[in-house]
Design a protein around this ligand. Structure first.
Ligand SMILES: *Cc1c(COP(=O)(O)O)cnc(C)c1O
Length: 500
């Protein structure tokens, strides 16, 4: 299996090269040259397989330069009982009637990012060997919350790789901060940066692009890489759970072999839903994908009109992981939807850069519409959904998942209630305790800190918080670095002990 650039500006590469490079050096994203296929019998067979076995079979289709033994080891290191508290890895819970919740947050950090970031570091480690990279790899992450901790957990104690995470001092919750600064591992560093996330992220991006700094690093035996969701290694593990969900439904006789389901995905960078699309391209029977957004509804508007327009106000919501205006993985999707028309992709993304918007052609628009529908939930609707589902179904939704549920309900105009629908749940509700508690009680808790709010939510519902979130304030703080965004480079030098 070879990988090509969405901008048609790079030679085809192996999967190990695509993963080691992260993104196409001259701009653009790697996608598989051809989507591998699974036969109906193979998909049917998954109901007798463990999650790990499904994982190996799906990964083998895409990562043909990793041998069976390597994939076996990688899968077992990622999806095991130490890292995931449930044998199913991603359990499917019936919400009501034909609606199912796919819980993607049983990993070590309580966020769905674990599904990919528990596996991807091993793929990268193998890729480094395969391409015979001499230098040690330094992973730089700028995080507004969940990704930082998930990346730290995924990369900690891996030989030949260091990870440095920068987070905005005022831009993450206390719980998120404690999750990060209590991380163990000899190869991890966590730095609080003065200012907001945008400052933090744009400075880290600048460091990535700084040639002089790159050279300095290489002289000292290091090379930068990134763990963000544009890396194919982040995307490919996410294809697995769509097949697993289908297998659970088959096994429980909720669907017939070959029956189409709907899938609703709370969407930010378009990675999760794109993985679902790839599963469908491989043969997974899907009727419609519901692309669920919050008030930052660029994608809802795009799916309705064919115009992608980021010239709008950025809104802070209670589902912060979806507060995104440029969904990087949409580029891959459009490349697939235009049958690999790199010329069009170049044209559209140039327009996006120059004017902040582009419009796709009618034919592509129709094609997308036959498989995708967009819907969004306002802040009030999200809170109302959390409360209503808790009261009616005794099920606690986090704000992101609530957006997925509400958007599915809105999309019912185009769908049928009789069709089985899987709604991705992307975070444990306790990860967003404050918003959930305020939604349930209708009252603010400004006088309480995050830890007290989590306690109150546990007391109110009688449901235990995810293990990663309990007793956090009692854990040992291991990282106390902080800097201003203009000092990020010096901070990196200090961490890596580089000579001036
Ligand atoms: C990252 C994230 C999302 C968005 O996923 P994408 O793959 O970026 O679309 C949604 N919910 C939560 C809780 C997340 O952490």
């Amino acid at each position: 299996m070879e990988y090509i650039s969405t901008r048609g500006n790079y030679d085809q590469v192996s999967s190990a090269e695509a993963i080691q490079l992260g993104m196409v050096p001259s701009g653009g994203l790697f996608v598989p040259q051809e989507v591998p296929q699974l036969k109906e019998e193979e998909i049917y067979q998954f109901q007798s397989d463990s999650y790990q076995t499904i994982a190996k079979k799906v990964l083998a289709k895409f990562l043909s330069d990793y041998n069976a033994q390597e994939l076996e080891e990688i899968v077992n290191q990622a999806y095991n009982g130490d890292n995931f508290a449930t044998e199913e890895i991603a359990p499917l819970v019936n919400l009501e009637e034909e609606q199912y919740i796919l819980e993607l947050w049983h990993g070590p950090t309580a966020a769905f990012k674990d599904m990919a970031l528990q596996l991807m570091p091993y793929l990268l480690q193998s890729a480094i060997d395969k391409v015979e990279l001499e230098e040690d790899v330094v992973i730089l992450v700028a995080t507004s919350g969940d990704t930082g901790k998930a990346a730290l957990e995924g990369f900690k104690d891996l030989d030949g790789i260091d990870i440095i995470v920068f987070y905005p001092q005022d831009g993450v919750s206390k719980i998120q901060e404690y999750q990060m600064i209590t991380t163990e591992g000899d190869n991890t560093a966590v730095v609080a940066v003065e200012g907001n996330f945008d400052d933090c992220q744009s400075t880290v991006k600048e460091v990535f692009g700084d040639q002089d700094f790159k050279e300095l690093l290489e002289q000292s035996g290091y090379r930068f890489s990134s763990a963000n969701s544009i890396n194919w290694g982040r995307l490919v593990p996410q294809i697995i759970y769509y097949f697993a969900a289908y297998a659970y439904l088959l096994k429980d006789n909720k669907i017939e072999p070959g029956e189409e389901i709907n899938i609703s995905v709370p969407t930010g960078n378009f990675g999760n839903i794109l993985a679902g699309y790839y599963a469908h391209s491989m043969g997974l029977p899907v009727n419609k994908f519901v692309c669920a957004s919050n008030d930052n509804k660029v994608l809802t508007d795009f799916l309705a009109t064919g115009v992608y327009d980021i010239n709008r106000e950025f809104k802070k919501t209670i589902s912060p992981s979806m507060d995104i205006l440029i969904s990087s993985n949409l580029e891959r999707f459009l490349f697939e939807m235009t049958d690999h028309d790199a010329e069009k992709i170049n044209e559209w993304y140039q327009q996006l850069q120059e004017e902040g918007k582009f419009e796709i052609d009618q034919r592509t628009k129709e094609k997308i519409k036959s498989l995708f529908t967009g819907a969004y939930a306002t802040e009030a609707e999200t809170k109302e959904t959390i409360k209503e589902v808790y009261e009616n179904n005794d099920y606690l939704l986090d704000p992101h998942t609530a957006v997925g549920v509400e958007s599915y309900r809105k999309a019912l105009e185009e769908l049928s209630e009789e069709e089985v629908t899987v709604i991705d749940s992307t975070a444990n509700p306790y990860k967003f305790s404050r918003a959930v508690l305020e939604a349930l009680t209708g009252e603010k808790r400004e006088d309480k800190d995050d830890f007290a709010v989590l306690e109150e939510l546990q007391d109110l519902t009688g449901q235990e918080a995810h293990r990663a979130l309990q007793g956090l304030d009692e854990r040992k703080i291991r990282h106390q670095r902080n800097c201003t965004s203009s000092d990020i480079k010096d901070e990196i030098k200090d961490i890596l002990e580089l000579n001036q």
